[in-house]
Design a protein around this ligand. Structure first.
Ligand code: CA2
Length: 146
């Protein structure tokens, strides 16, 4: 089936809700995804989810998204800051990309201030915890409607 939104999460985000609640909140990734699922159902838009701790698996999944999804929402986690492979594949698939971060990466360590996702994204949302995903989802729905 083609169309819809693919939500991708990178390394360690499977730990959400279990550790570092002051930085990343108390909701698990499954809980965040459930909220996005209800938003998708209300909007009549297909949504699919993928999380991996492995750069190559993320690259494979993004390659497969070509011609199958209208928007990619991605929190590439630490890979955001240094993965040329993810930058390249996002550019190659030619699908609008929305970058998400739970935390405000620009208010943290300097090594988090660079994102290799931003140059290939239509836009990004960071610093609102789990709300960042929901705001990104609304933006994705608008992109699909236009
Ligand atoms: O703020 C974000 O969403 C980040 O993408 C999260 C990444 C971090 O490397 C980025 O700089 C910003 C880290 C994800 C790790 O998530 C954990 C969750 C719970 C416990 C430990 C790590």
């Amino acid at each position: 089936m083609s169309g819809g939104i693919l939500v991708i999460n990178g390394p360690n985000l499977n730990l959400l809700g279990q550790r570092e609640p002051s930085l990343y909140g108390t909701q698990s990734l499954a809980e965040i995804n459930r909220e996005l699922e209800s938003m998708a159902a209300a909007a009549g838009i297909r949504v699919d989810f993928f999380q991996s701790n492995h750069e190559g698996e993320l690259v494979d999944r993004i390659q497969q998204a070509r011609d199958n999804f209208e928007v990619i929402i991605i929190n590439a986690a630490a890979l955001s800051h240094y993965s040329i492979a993810i930058h390249d594949v996002l550019r190659a698939v030619n699908i609008p990309v929305i970058e998400v971060h739970l935390s405000n990466i620009y208010a943290r360590e300097e090594f988090r201030h660079q994102s290799l996702i931003s140059p290939v994204a239509v836009g990004g949302i960071f610093g609102f915890g789990a709300l960042s995903y929901r705001l990104a989802f609304l933006a994705a729905c608008e992109i699909i409607r236009k």
